[in-house]
Design a binder for this molecule. Structure first.
Ligand code: MTE
Ligand code: MO
Length: 355
């Protein structure tokens, strides 16, 4: 058994116990990698399966359908990349009008180093017929009844072939240079950089290459933007992470003294990289650039930023942070409201009192 037991971690913020949904205390994350404070998002109970006889089945439109052993997996050329995983429901509790679903605040996000084999490599050695196929379905070991459909499903999702063959879409076997903790997908997990984390399927049970579109409920019912409250018109799938930022310091509603303060936080995007972060402390009358501390043009990880604020007048202040990425996508004043509450990325704000 993986040595990462017991599950309980008193430093995570619990949203639900069964299944286990817990937030990273993102305001207190100081390192650029998150280890045991990684948020947890589960649709079902943790799965039980045999790790010692673990094989990965690949089937469908392949010249050589096969079972890949862990040993073979570890022998294939690997890569290590730092990736943000953000739940598409991150910040859902901030939508107005409010929406139903897990009431995530700002901590359904984490990042670290994932090591694994590109999915492309594995599809290639199985003789993928690129012209004939449309999607790659990745299924997890976890399963349970969906109350809306009154039927048992496993957690499974597909990727369009272009995303499946992207060189950085990978089957990971290590996180921060150790075996993946069980809660996060041990022994193998899909990692899809730049997409919201529902795509990064944990505990991979099998991979199927198909010539049609997969219609599983985790992509036809959930993880779909529904712009209207009362009908499903104009819906479209949740994919790429929106440009976003979170203020870590000071804390929301903190009481601070007059003088110098460092406002700090993180910013991230699923397209390009973070170009700048601006701060306003005067109700958007003026915006000033924060200092980007670790510019990273790979764009798969978050950037940390800081801003030195000198405040001499006592009173109540709203501190706002607005990130812009290299595609000139910028955080909007109002979020894109959608019925299931995905992709919240309005300008981040907190309030402080200066005494
Ligand atoms: N097998 C499986 N994979 C899954 C899920 C799941 O419930 N089962 N949840 C998805 C969602 S919605 C998110 S946000 C991330 C959460 O990953 P974590 O628990 O490692 O933080 O895993 C994704 N992959
Ligand atoms: Mo998620």
């Amino acid at each position: 058994m993986n040595p990462q037991y017991p599950f309980l971690n008193p430093f995570l913020t619990t949203r639900s116990l069964h299944p286990e949904n817990q937030e990273t205390p993102i305001q207190f994350i100081e390192n650029d990698i998150v280890n045991n404070l990684f948020y947890r998002r589960n649709h079902f109970s943790y799965p039980i399966f045999s790790y010692s006889h673990y094989w990965l089945p690949l089937s469908g439109s392949l010249i050589k359908p096969q079972l890949i052993s862990m040993q073979e997996m570890l022998r294939l050329p690997s890569k290590t990349i730092k990736v943000v995983l953000e739940c598409s429901g991150n910040k859902r509790s901030l939508f107005e009008p409010r929406v139903f679903g897990e009431q995530w605040e700002k901590g359904a996000i984490s990042q670290g180093y994932w090591t694994g084999v590109p999915l492309k490599t594995i599809l290639n050695i199985s003789g993928v017929k690129e012209e004939e196929i449309k999607e790659v379905v990745v299924e997890g070991y976890d399963y349970g009844k969906r109350s809306d459909l009154d039927k048992v499903y496993t957690y499974a999702r597909s990727l369009p072939i272009e995303k499946a063959l992207h060189p950085d879409t990978m089957i990971a076997y290590a996180y921060n240079h150790k075996p993946i903790p069980f809660q996060h997908g041990f022994p193998l997990r899909l990692i899809v950089p730049q997409w919201y984390a529902m795509a990064s399927v944990k505990w991979i049970k099998q991979i199927k290459v198909i010539d049609h579109t997969f219609k599983g409920p985790f992509q036809t019912i959930d993880y779909v933007y529904y712009p209207n409250k009362d009908d499903n018109n104009h819906s479209f799938p949740v994919t790429t992470i929106n440009v976003n930022s979170t203020i870590q310091k000071p804390l929301d509603m903190e009481v601070i003294q007059t003088g110098k303060h460092v406002i700090k936080g993180i910013a991230w995007t699923g397209k390009g990289y973070i170009k700048n972060v601006e701060i306003s402390t005067d109700q958007e009358k003026t915006w000033s650039r924060a200092r980007i501390e670790n510019p990273n043009h790979s764009g798969y990880d978050w950037t940390t930023w800081s801003y030195e604020w000198t405040v001499l007048e006592k009173g109540e202040y709203k501190i706002m942070a607005k990130a812009t990425d290299s595609y000139d996508r910028t955080q909007p004043t109002l979020p894109f409201w959608n019925r299931k509450g995905y992709g919240y990325n309005a300008i981040d704000e907190i309030n402080v009192k200066v005494e």
